[in-house]
Design a protein around this ligand. Structure first.
Ligand SMILES: Nc1ncnc2c1ncn2[C@@H]1O[C@H](COP(=O)(O)OP(=O)(O)O)[C@@H](O)[C@H]1O
Ligand SMILES: [Mg+2]
Length: 242
Protein backbone atom coordinates (compact mmCIF):
# COMPACT_ATOMS: atom_id res chain seq x y z
CA UNK A 1 0.00 0.00 0.00
CA UNK A 2 1.21 3.54 -0.66
CA UNK A 3 2.31 5.52 2.35
CA UNK A 4 1.19 9.09 2.95
CA UNK A 5 4.38 10.28 1.29
CA UNK A 6 4.25 8.09 -1.80
CA UNK A 7 2.92 9.72 -4.96
CA UNK A 8 -0.71 9.22 -5.91
CA UNK A 9 0.35 8.96 -9.56
CA UNK A 10 3.78 8.20 -10.97
CA UNK A 11 4.69 7.92 -14.64
CA UNK A 12 8.14 6.70 -15.69
CA UNK A 13 9.17 7.18 -19.28
CA UNK A 14 5.77 6.12 -20.57
CA UNK A 15 5.46 5.62 -24.30
CA UNK A 16 2.57 4.68 -26.52
CA UNK A 17 2.61 4.20 -30.27
CA UNK A 18 -0.31 3.40 -32.53
CA UNK A 19 1.46 1.92 -35.51
CA UNK A 20 3.61 4.73 -36.86
CA UNK A 21 1.92 7.37 -34.64
CA UNK A 22 3.93 8.09 -31.48
CA UNK A 23 1.11 9.44 -29.30
CA UNK A 24 3.16 9.53 -26.06
CA UNK A 25 6.94 9.76 -26.35
CA UNK A 26 8.62 9.14 -22.99
CA UNK A 27 6.59 10.95 -20.36
CA UNK A 28 7.59 11.06 -16.68
CA UNK A 29 5.91 12.92 -13.83
CA UNK A 30 4.75 12.50 -10.28
CA UNK A 31 1.56 13.76 -8.63
CA UNK A 32 1.32 13.94 -4.84
CA UNK A 33 -1.85 13.31 -2.83
CA UNK A 34 -3.85 16.53 -2.54
CA UNK A 35 -2.67 17.96 -5.85
CA UNK A 36 -4.94 19.16 -8.62
CA UNK A 37 -2.59 18.45 -11.48
CA UNK A 38 -3.37 19.87 -14.89
CA UNK A 39 -2.10 18.25 -18.06
CA UNK A 40 -2.37 20.99 -20.64
CA UNK A 41 -1.78 20.78 -24.33
CA UNK A 42 -3.24 21.31 -27.75
CA UNK A 43 -5.54 18.83 -29.48
CA UNK A 44 -3.73 15.64 -30.36
CA UNK A 45 -0.82 16.23 -27.95
CA UNK A 46 -1.38 12.95 -26.05
CA UNK A 47 -3.50 13.88 -23.00
CA UNK A 48 -6.27 11.34 -23.51
CA UNK A 49 -3.73 8.62 -24.30
CA UNK A 50 -2.01 9.32 -20.96
CA UNK A 51 -5.33 9.04 -19.09
CA UNK A 52 -6.03 5.76 -20.86
CA UNK A 53 -2.58 4.46 -19.89
CA UNK A 54 -2.94 5.51 -16.26
CA UNK A 55 -6.37 3.91 -15.96
CA UNK A 56 -5.35 0.63 -17.60
CA UNK A 57 -7.55 1.06 -20.67
CA UNK A 58 -4.48 0.60 -22.89
CA UNK A 59 -0.98 -0.71 -22.23
CA UNK A 60 2.20 1.29 -22.74
CA UNK A 61 4.58 0.43 -25.58
CA UNK A 62 7.35 1.09 -23.06
CA UNK A 63 7.82 2.60 -19.61
CA UNK A 64 5.48 2.17 -16.67
CA UNK A 65 3.22 3.91 -14.21
CA UNK A 66 1.78 3.54 -10.73
CA UNK A 67 -1.56 4.79 -9.45
CA UNK A 68 -2.04 4.50 -5.68
CA UNK A 69 0.91 2.10 -5.76
CA UNK A 70 -0.69 -0.19 -8.35
CA UNK A 71 0.46 -0.80 -11.92
CA UNK A 72 -2.44 -0.08 -14.27
CA UNK A 73 -0.87 -2.25 -17.00
CA UNK A 74 -0.81 -5.26 -14.66
CA UNK A 75 -3.89 -4.61 -12.53
CA UNK A 76 -6.28 -2.47 -14.58
CA UNK A 77 -9.33 -3.74 -12.71
CA UNK A 78 -7.74 -2.97 -9.34
CA UNK A 79 -6.86 0.56 -10.42
CA UNK A 80 -10.28 1.23 -11.93
CA UNK A 81 -12.05 -0.04 -8.82
CA UNK A 82 -10.36 2.70 -6.76
CA UNK A 83 -10.18 5.68 -9.07
CA UNK A 84 -12.85 7.87 -10.62
CA UNK A 85 -12.74 8.50 -14.36
CA UNK A 86 -14.47 10.95 -16.64
CA UNK A 87 -13.30 9.74 -20.02
CA UNK A 88 -12.98 11.89 -23.09
CA UNK A 89 -16.27 12.02 -25.03
CA UNK A 90 -17.95 9.78 -22.51
CA UNK A 91 -21.32 8.30 -23.21
CA UNK A 92 -23.28 6.56 -20.48
CA UNK A 93 -25.25 3.48 -21.61
CA UNK A 94 -28.08 4.62 -23.87
CA UNK A 95 -30.59 2.12 -22.45
CA UNK A 96 -30.40 3.25 -18.80
CA UNK A 97 -31.96 6.30 -17.20
CA UNK A 98 -29.68 8.70 -15.32
CA UNK A 99 -30.81 7.26 -12.01
CA UNK A 100 -30.36 3.66 -13.18
CA UNK A 101 -26.88 4.47 -14.44
CA UNK A 102 -25.77 5.89 -11.08
CA UNK A 103 -27.32 2.87 -9.30
CA UNK A 104 -25.48 0.61 -11.75
CA UNK A 105 -22.15 2.33 -11.02
CA UNK A 106 -22.82 2.13 -7.27
CA UNK A 107 -23.55 -1.60 -7.68
CA UNK A 108 -20.30 -2.26 -9.53
CA UNK A 109 -18.42 -0.30 -6.90
CA UNK A 110 -20.28 -2.17 -4.12
CA UNK A 111 -21.27 1.07 -2.43
CA UNK A 112 -24.40 -0.26 -0.71
CA UNK A 113 -27.38 2.04 -0.40
CA UNK A 114 -26.44 5.30 -2.07
CA UNK A 115 -29.94 6.62 -2.79
CA UNK A 116 -29.24 9.61 -0.54
CA UNK A 117 -26.02 10.56 -2.26
CA UNK A 118 -27.55 9.98 -5.72
CA UNK A 119 -30.32 12.43 -4.82
CA UNK A 120 -27.70 14.85 -3.50
CA UNK A 121 -25.85 14.72 -6.85
CA UNK A 122 -29.06 15.39 -8.81
CA UNK A 123 -29.76 18.35 -6.54
CA UNK A 124 -26.20 19.69 -6.55
CA UNK A 125 -25.82 19.63 -10.35
CA UNK A 126 -29.43 20.72 -10.87
CA UNK A 127 -30.68 17.88 -13.06
CA UNK A 128 -33.29 16.18 -10.87
CA UNK A 129 -35.74 16.65 -13.75
CA UNK A 130 -33.62 14.22 -15.81
CA UNK A 131 -33.57 11.45 -13.21
CA UNK A 132 -35.87 9.18 -15.22
CA UNK A 133 -34.67 10.26 -18.68
CA UNK A 134 -32.83 7.70 -20.80
CA UNK A 135 -29.16 8.57 -21.23
CA UNK A 136 -29.53 8.53 -25.03
CA UNK A 137 -31.98 11.45 -24.77
CA UNK A 138 -29.78 13.73 -22.64
CA UNK A 139 -28.25 16.97 -23.83
CA UNK A 140 -24.45 17.02 -24.01
CA UNK A 141 -24.22 19.18 -20.88
CA UNK A 142 -26.53 16.92 -18.84
CA UNK A 143 -24.52 13.91 -19.96
CA UNK A 144 -21.43 15.64 -18.56
CA UNK A 145 -23.18 16.28 -15.25
CA UNK A 146 -24.02 12.58 -15.07
CA UNK A 147 -20.44 11.58 -15.87
CA UNK A 148 -19.17 13.92 -13.18
CA UNK A 149 -21.55 12.38 -10.63
CA UNK A 150 -20.55 8.80 -11.50
CA UNK A 151 -16.84 9.62 -11.26
CA UNK A 152 -17.12 11.12 -7.78
CA UNK A 153 -19.91 8.94 -6.35
CA UNK A 154 -17.42 6.86 -4.32
CA UNK A 155 -15.26 9.87 -3.34
CA UNK A 156 -12.22 8.41 -5.07
CA UNK A 157 -8.71 8.98 -3.77
CA UNK A 158 -7.65 9.74 -7.36
CA UNK A 159 -9.86 11.06 -10.14
CA UNK A 160 -8.91 11.37 -13.82
CA UNK A 161 -10.95 13.88 -15.69
CA UNK A 162 -10.58 14.56 -19.36
CA UNK A 163 -12.08 17.88 -20.52
CA UNK A 164 -15.00 17.75 -18.07
CA UNK A 165 -16.31 21.31 -18.17
CA UNK A 166 -16.99 21.85 -21.85
CA UNK A 167 -20.72 22.34 -22.60
CA UNK A 168 -21.63 23.19 -19.03
CA UNK A 169 -23.29 26.47 -18.19
CA UNK A 170 -21.33 28.93 -16.00
CA UNK A 171 -23.32 28.21 -12.83
CA UNK A 172 -22.67 24.47 -13.01
CA UNK A 173 -19.04 25.08 -14.00
CA UNK A 174 -18.54 27.15 -10.84
CA UNK A 175 -20.13 24.43 -8.72
CA UNK A 176 -17.94 21.75 -10.22
CA UNK A 177 -14.80 23.86 -9.82
CA UNK A 178 -15.66 24.42 -6.15
CA UNK A 179 -16.29 20.69 -5.70
CA UNK A 180 -12.93 19.81 -7.26
CA UNK A 181 -11.07 22.32 -5.07
CA UNK A 182 -12.78 20.95 -1.98
CA UNK A 183 -12.00 17.37 -3.02
CA UNK A 184 -8.26 18.05 -3.17
CA UNK A 185 -8.36 20.16 0.01
CA UNK A 186 -9.59 16.99 1.74
CA UNK A 187 -6.59 15.03 0.44
CA UNK A 188 -8.00 13.67 -2.83
CA UNK A 189 -5.96 13.91 -6.03
CA UNK A 190 -7.27 15.10 -9.37
CA UNK A 191 -5.58 14.62 -12.72
CA UNK A 192 -7.19 17.13 -15.00
CA UNK A 193 -6.68 17.25 -18.77
CA UNK A 194 -7.71 20.33 -20.63
CA UNK A 195 -6.79 22.83 -23.26
CA UNK A 196 -8.83 25.50 -21.48
CA UNK A 197 -6.03 27.51 -19.85
CA UNK A 198 -8.29 29.90 -17.94
CA UNK A 199 -10.03 27.05 -16.16
CA UNK A 200 -6.71 25.37 -15.41
CA UNK A 201 -5.35 28.61 -13.97
CA UNK A 202 -8.27 28.88 -11.56
CA UNK A 203 -8.13 25.25 -10.47
CA UNK A 204 -4.74 23.62 -10.72
CA UNK A 205 -2.02 23.57 -8.10
CA UNK A 206 0.52 22.42 -10.68
CA UNK A 207 0.54 21.99 -14.43
CA UNK A 208 2.52 20.14 -17.05
CA UNK A 209 2.47 21.23 -20.66
CA UNK A 210 2.46 18.51 -23.25
CA UNK A 211 3.19 18.94 -26.91
CA UNK A 212 3.45 16.17 -29.50
CA UNK A 213 3.61 13.46 -26.84
CA UNK A 214 6.33 15.08 -24.71
CA UNK A 215 6.11 17.14 -21.54
CA UNK A 216 7.93 20.34 -22.34
CA UNK A 217 7.41 22.31 -19.12
CA UNK A 218 6.06 21.94 -15.59
CA UNK A 219 5.24 24.60 -13.04
CA UNK A 220 3.34 25.52 -9.90
CA UNK A 221 0.46 27.91 -10.44
CA UNK A 222 1.27 29.68 -7.13
CA UNK A 223 4.79 30.43 -8.46
CA UNK A 224 3.30 31.91 -11.63
CA UNK A 225 1.02 34.09 -9.51
CA UNK A 226 4.05 35.29 -7.51
CA UNK A 227 5.77 36.21 -10.77
CA UNK A 228 2.49 37.78 -11.97
CA UNK A 229 2.70 35.51 -14.98
CA UNK A 230 -0.52 34.33 -16.59
CA UNK A 231 -0.77 30.63 -17.31
CA UNK A 232 -1.46 31.50 -20.95
CA UNK A 233 1.90 33.36 -21.10
CA UNK A 234 3.65 30.40 -19.40
CA UNK A 235 2.07 28.10 -21.97
CA UNK A 236 3.02 30.27 -24.95
CA UNK A 237 6.58 30.68 -23.72
CA UNK A 238 6.91 26.92 -23.33
CA UNK A 239 5.56 26.18 -26.78
CA UNK A 240 7.30 29.04 -28.59
CA UNK A 241 10.58 28.70 -26.70
CA UNK A 242 11.30 25.40 -28.35
N1 LIG B 1 -6.60 4.53 -31.00
C1 LIG B 1 -5.78 5.31 -31.72
N2 LIG B 1 -5.28 4.88 -32.89
C2 LIG B 1 -4.43 5.64 -33.62
N3 LIG B 1 -4.01 6.88 -33.24
C3 LIG B 1 -4.48 7.34 -32.08
C4 LIG B 1 -5.38 6.61 -31.26
N4 LIG B 1 -5.66 7.35 -30.15
C5 LIG B 1 -4.97 8.50 -30.30
N5 LIG B 1 -4.27 8.51 -31.44
C6 LIG B 1 -3.38 9.59 -31.91
O1 LIG B 1 -2.49 9.90 -30.86
C7 LIG B 1 -2.26 11.30 -30.77
C8 LIG B 1 -2.64 11.79 -29.38
O2 LIG B 1 -4.06 11.71 -29.23
P1 LIG B 1 -4.80 12.05 -27.87
O3 LIG B 1 -4.12 11.37 -26.76
O4 LIG B 1 -6.24 11.76 -28.09
O5 LIG B 1 -4.56 13.63 -27.75
P2 LIG B 1 -5.32 14.76 -26.89
O6 LIG B 1 -6.16 14.07 -25.88
O7 LIG B 1 -4.22 15.59 -26.32
O8 LIG B 1 -6.15 15.54 -27.86
C9 LIG B 1 -3.05 11.92 -31.90
O9 LIG B 1 -2.19 12.06 -33.01
C10 LIG B 1 -4.12 10.89 -32.18
O10 LIG B 1 -4.56 10.97 -33.51
MG1 LIG C 1 -8.21 14.32 -25.50
Amino acid sequence: MPTAKSPAILASNMMKSYGPVEAVRGVSFSVAPGELFGLLGPNGSGKTTIVRLLTGQIRPSDGSSRVLGMDPAKDPVGVRSLVGIIPDQANPPSFLTCEEYLEFVAGIRKLGDVSGSITAWFDFLEFSGDRKVLCKDLSQGTRQKLMFAQAFLHKPAVAFIDEPLINLDPIIQEKIKAYMKDHVARGGTIFFCTHALEIAEQLCTRVAIIEKGRIIREGRVADMRKRREKLSAFFMRAVRGR
